[in-house]
Design a protein around this ligand. Structure first.
Ligand SMILES: NC(=O)c1ccc[n+]([C@@H]2O[C@H](COP(=O)([O-])OP(=O)(O)OC[C@H]3O[C@@H](n4cnc5c(N)ncnc54)[C@H](O)[C@@H]3O)[C@@H](O)[C@H]2O)c1
Ligand SMILES: [Zn+2]
Length: 404
């Protein structure tokens, strides 16, 4: 066929038309699944009695104009879940737990356009929720306690309702209109599962910075090398603070602390009495007491001890007591007044810290910190009871439910 300009035009038109035909969507994009078909039912792990989760099946709910249906990829097991599992202190049973979760948007209402930070949301995006209300970026758990927490958007901590899919220990979750939700598609699955505990440390370090004592070249002691202390070390390292001494009684955890960036470690079990231990910490800093200390254990004795590691005029951030762990005895004259210690407490995080945490995770990985290794155990949803028992037995660091 001779290709004159009229012919070319006709061919182009034909091709364009056929392309357009193929492009006509079968359903509105907001109502189409990103990957596989959305099943008719969803599964949640519901805590129906102490230390007993049951997998329950419910019809897939309607997705309202402002709602988001998420296919859950994974969710970390938190200390709060452990308290609920063991004692139900907040009388939530029956409840679907899991607030450290993440997954992929598979369906969303027509009014959903952006996340709580103003970033576009599309099918296939990976998201997390946040326990802190979006209205006030500086609001903390402290303020939340005085408000109606059961307002709208807390997932994994509210009793079951008639929609049922309201915790991240599940295969699908319905994020309801008005919830705080973030598009974190640029983070890998493990990072996304670790956002919530990491936000606790971003907040603690922000609290520490308010003292004006924490600087690039500060000597910093981190006491307690569970997930909280280890992440504390990682946050300090990403800020450029390198002179870090980790204190714990578990050698394996102290070794991890070094991989995470602590320069030296001190095993308190190697010392008899607090004076010897304080000298051990001093020796680790080459004969100096610490400029700043982070208390990351739930032990009142550890709280009393930590003042002895800090120099006159130094600072302390106490964050180890998320719940009441009992009274600690200090000597206000020797430990606080005469040393002029600046002390800050830290509890949970603000919404701003939560968003900052996304960048922290990228930076930590970029400088080679072994953040992923904090997740030591992965279980499928069906083994959620085993996952929680493993967590209670303190067999690992972070335990996660990962849906295959
Ligand atoms: N501030 C907050 O918002 C917040 C949030 C989450 C957790 N927390 C608290 O942080 C604490 C730590 O959490 P985690 O998940 O890492 O707990 P964890 O139990 O896994 O770790 C605590 C570590 O402290 C060590 N330890 C105990 N006594 C010690 C002592 N005398 N000296 C030095 N080390 C000692 C233990 O060996 C353990 O490795 C918990 O008590 C938790 O309640 C606080
Ligand atoms: Zn948590």
């Amino acid at each position: 066929m001779e290709m004159n300009s009229a012919n070319v035009e006709a061919v182009v038109k034909q091709v364009l038309e056929s392309m357009l035909e193929k492009k006509v969507p079968e359903a509105a994009p907001a109502q189409k699944a990103a990957g596989n078909e959305i099943p008719k039912t969803a599964h949640v792990a519901m805590l129906t009695a102490l230390e007993h989760f049951e997998i329950k099946e419910y019809p897939m709910p309607e997705v309202g104009d402002g709602d988001i249906l998420v296919k859950v990829e994974g969710c970390g097991v938190c200390g709060t879940d452990a308290h609920e599992f063991k004692r139900d202190p907040f009388s939530l049973i029956p409840v679907v737990l899991g607030h450290e979760g993440t997954g992929e948007i598979v369906k969303m209402g027509k009014n959903v356009k952006v996340d709580s930070a103003g970033k576009a949301l599309n099918l296939g995006d990976k998201v997390v929720t946040c326990m802190i209300f979006k209205d006030d970026p500086e609001i903390t758990m402290y303020d939340l306690n005085k408000q109606n927490v059961g307002g709208a958007d807390v997932y994994g901590l509210l009793p079951d309702d008639d929609v049922h899919l309201n915790g991240w220990f599940s295969d699908y979750i319905l994020i309801r209109e008005g919830s705080t939700v973030f598009n974190v598609s640029d983070l890998d699955l493990k990072s996304r599962v670790l956002i919530e505990p990491c936000a606790v440390l971003v907040h603690a370090v922000e609290r520490a910075k308010t003292t004006g004592i924490l600087r690039f070249n500060s000597r910093v002691v981190v006491q307690g090398c569970g997930p909280i202390g280890l992440i504390c070390i990682a946050v300090l390292r990403t800020m450029g603070i390198e002179n870090i001494v980790a204190v714990d009684g578990e050698q394996k955890r102290l070794e991890f602390a070094k991989r995470m960036g602590a320069e030296k470690s001190v095993n308190f079990k190697d010392f008899q009495g607090i004076d010897a231990l304080a000298q051990g910490v001093k020796d680790a800093f080459g004969g100096h007491a610490a400029d700043f200390a982070f208390q990351c254990t739930g032990s009142p004795i550890a709280h009393a001890n930590i003042y002895k590691f800090i120099r006159n005029g130094g600072g302390l951030c106490e964050l180890g007591f998320f719940i009441n762990g009992g009274d600690a005895t200090i000597n206000p004259h020797f430990d606080l007044c005469s040393k002029e210690i600046t002390l800050v407490g830290s509890w949970v995080y603000t919404l701003r810290d939560y968003a900052t945490t996304f960048d922290f995770l990228k930076r930590a990985k970029a400088i080679g910190l072994p953040i992923d290794d904090l997740i030591t155990h992965e279980f499928p949803l069906e083994q959620i009871n085993e996952a929680h028992q493993t967590n209670l037995a303190m067999k690992g660091l972070k335990i996660a439910i990962i849906n295959k």
